[in-house]
Design a protein around this ligand. Structure first.
Ligand code: FES
Length: 140
């Protein structure tokens, strides 16, 4: 099932090597967690699309990606590196993402900020399904 009508399947197939997110540990986040992560730099394989229920969301911490499914079955994905100071978001409560560093909250279905100090929305990603497996990659 294609989840993004304009997305090119060829791009995913060409990316035979699925690069993991390059996590870079940098101290400086004063709110608790010391880890920061780089934004998603290439395609990553997430898991079966059946993991995402309609109206639900799942956080893939290893890749800093959240995927949600709208009421019409469309999948959406966002990079979960916090837009406030770069901490990887590690908690999903329903469809609300909570950053461990300073408490910013985001809507996993839209990427929008629900609670400051973050003010910028999460970075949207492309998510496609190949043979039942979700693959997320940065938008170009
Ligand atoms: S890094 Fe400050 S709230 Fe997320």
């Amino acid at each position: 099932m294609s989840v993004r009508p304009g997305a090119s399947r060829r791009v995913v197939l060409r990316g035979a090597v699925l690069a993991p997110v390059a996590g870079v540990g940098v101290s400086g986040c004063k709110g608790g967690a010391d880890d920061r992560s780089a934004p998603l730099s290439g395609p990553v394989e997430l898991g079966p699309e059946s993991e995402i229920a309609e109206g639900g969301a799942k956080l893939y911490r290893d890749h800093n990606v959240v995927v949600s499914r709208t009421g019409d079955g469309t999948l959406k994905a966002y990079d979960t590196v916090c837009t406030h100071a770069g901490c990887p978001i590690n908690k999903l409560d329903g469809t609300k993402l909570i950053c461990p560093c300073h408490g910013s909250e985001f809507d996993a279905t839209t990427g929008k900020v629900l609670r400051e100090p973050a003010v910028a929305p999460l970075q949207p990603l492309v998510v496609e399904v190949e043979n039942g497996t979700m693959i997320a990659r940065p938008q170009t």
